[in-house]
Design a protein around this ligand. Sequence first.
Ligand SMILES: Nc1ncnc2c1ncn2[C@@H]1O[C@H](COP(=O)(O)OP(=O)(O)OP(=O)(O)O)[C@@H](O)[C@H]1O
Ligand SMILES: Nc1nc2c(c(=O)[nH]1)N=C(CO)CN2
Ligand SMILES: [Mg+2]
Length: 235
Amino acid sequence: MRWEDWKPFYTRIVREMGYSVEEDRKAAELLRALLLEGDEYILRDELAAVVGRKVYVFGAGPSLENALREGDFSDGTLIAADGATSALLAAGLVPDIIVTDLDGRISDIKLANDRGAFLAVHAHGDNVKKISVYVPMFSRILGTCQTEPLDVVYNFGGFTDGDRAAFLAEELGAREITLVGFDFGTVVGRWSKPRLKEHSPVWESKRKKFEFAKELLDWLEKNGRARITRFRPDP
Ligand SMILES: Nc1ncnc2c1ncn2[C@@H]1O[C@H](COP(=O)(O)OP(=O)(O)OP(=O)(O)O)[C@@H](O)[C@H]1O
Ligand SMILES: Nc1nc2c(c(=O)[nH]1)N=C(CO)CN2
Ligand SMILES: [Mg+2]
């Protein structure tokens, strides 16, 4: 997604969610500084080499567990949206890439990263502390942001970890994207936040996030090159 296409979405998101563009920008600058300070950042082409034509993007909706039990995902690149990583690990799968703003279960993200998963770490005004603490612990990190891109901090478009993962897949060469565990709706999957013990009724800020995520995925379906499908288990 080009910046000109993302900008109007971002302007609406900031207004509706009450975010600060300045804080989002500062977070991107901080992520850039930490990436350049460490020796573990990767560039777009290095991650593109990991993304095949066929990609599965895993969201953290309640249907994820059943999908992981029933589906065969061995013919594509596996991209987990943040908290979905924990469910993949429990099912014996290590994602190829994790797209995260660092509010999933960090111990699982670290484990998957140690086992070979690449990370696309997103900077925003509300995860500055987490960026400072966790980025230095990780390997093979691509930085992303939602404000103007910086040299090693990319903006491929997308808002929540799930839809942002689909935009990343599209930008890095995927031509068939299957969404798994993308339920949206009124129930948040228990992998979404470490504090959730069970699937939980959606809260207001999450409901708004889901609305933007759905709209962005519709946009991608209409304007992207990849064919987007939703995983349905065999009846
Ligand atoms: N019902 C659902 N419950 C949880 N995640 C869902 C659901 N349906 C789709 N998803 C996707 O799975 C992704 C899981 O990532 P995660 O739970 O970390 O969310 P997030 O984008 O960081 O939002 P938040 O900041 O509220 O945690 C979401 O970003 C969303 O796009
Ligand atoms: N400022 C800010 N930006 C975000 C946030 C958030 O909580 N605050 N959450 C996101 C993932 O859903 C993506 N972007
Ligand atoms: Mg997250």
